[in-house]
Design a protein. Structure first.
Length: 203
C-alpha cells in the first residue's frame, strides 16, 4: 500500500506557505495601504520568491480578497476572546462588567486598525470586498449585543450599533491624529454611552 505521508507533508507545507503570503499581504496593507499590494511587495514581506504569490493567487484582487478575509477572521478571533474574558466579570456588578469592557476595548494596536480601515475604504472601489467587511462590522455588533443583553439594556441592538460607531470613529482619529489623552477620551466616551443605555442607576 503506497504511503500518503509525503503528499500530505507537501500539502501542509503549501498550506503554510499560502497562509504566510496572506499574512504578509495584511502587513503590506498596514504599512502601504491596499494600493501598495503588489506581487513584488508581498513576496518581499513574506520572504519568498516572486513567483510564489502568483502560484497561489491568480490575481491581485484574489490576493487582496484573501487578506481582507484574514482581517475579518482576526476580528472574529478577537471578539471571541473578548466574550470569554467578559464572562469572568459576569458575577460582578454592572459597573464592574462595564469597566472590564472598557479596559478590554482600550487596548488597540495601530497596525491592525489601519488594515481594518483600509478594508472599509476599499469597498468603495472594490465591491467584492464588501462581504468580508460586513462580516467585520457584524461581528463587532453581535459581540456588543451579547454584552448589552447581559447588562439587560432595553435596546441592545441600537446600543451595539452606537458602540461600534463610537469606537470606530475614535479609533480612526487616534490613527490619523493621535493625542496623548486618546485612551482617556475613549474610556470617558464609553462610560457616557453606558450611562445613556443603563440609566442613572447603572452602578
Amino acid at each position: 500500500m503506497p504511503s500518503t505521508s509525503k503528499p500530505r507533508s507537501h500539502y501542509a507545507r503549501g498550506h503554510q506557505r499560502r497562509a504566510e503570503v496572506v499574512a504578509a499581504t495584511v502587513e503590506v496593507i498596514e504599512r502601504q495601504g491596499i494600493e501598495g499590494v503588489t506581487h513584488r511587495s508581498v513576496a518581499a514581506a513574506a520572504g519568498v520568491p516572486l513567483s510564489t504569490t502568483s502560484y497561489f493567487f491568480d490575481s491581485l484582487d484574489h490576493l487582496i480578497g484573501e487578506a481582507v478575509t484574514k482581517i475579518a477572521e482576526d476580528v472574529v478571533a478577537g471578539a471571541d476572546a473578548l466574550i470569554v474574558q467578559l464572562r469572568d466579570a459576569e458575577g460582578g456588578s454592572r459597573r464592574e462588567v462595564v469597566e472590564r469592557l472598557i479596559e478590554l476595548m482600550s487596548v488597540q494596536r495601530p497596525g491592525p486598525l489601519v488594515a481594518q480601515f483600509e478594508a472599509y475604504l476599499a469597498t468603495t472601489r472594490r465591491p467584492e470586498l464588501r462581504a468580508a467587511v460586513q462580516r467585520i462590522v457584524g461581528v463587532y455588533e453581535d459581540t456588543a449585543v451579547a454584552v448589552f443583553e447581559a447588562l439587560e439594556v432595553d435596546e441592545p441592538r441600537l446600543a451595539a450599533r452606537q458602540l461600534v460607531a463610537l469606537l470606530d470613529g475614535l479609533a480612526l482619529l487616534s490613527v490619523a491624529a493621535p493625542r496623548p489623552d486618546d485612551t482617556e477620551v475613549r474610556r470617558d466616551a464609553l462610560r457616557r454611552l453606558a450611562a445613556v443605555h443603563l440609566g442613572p442607576d447603572w452602578e
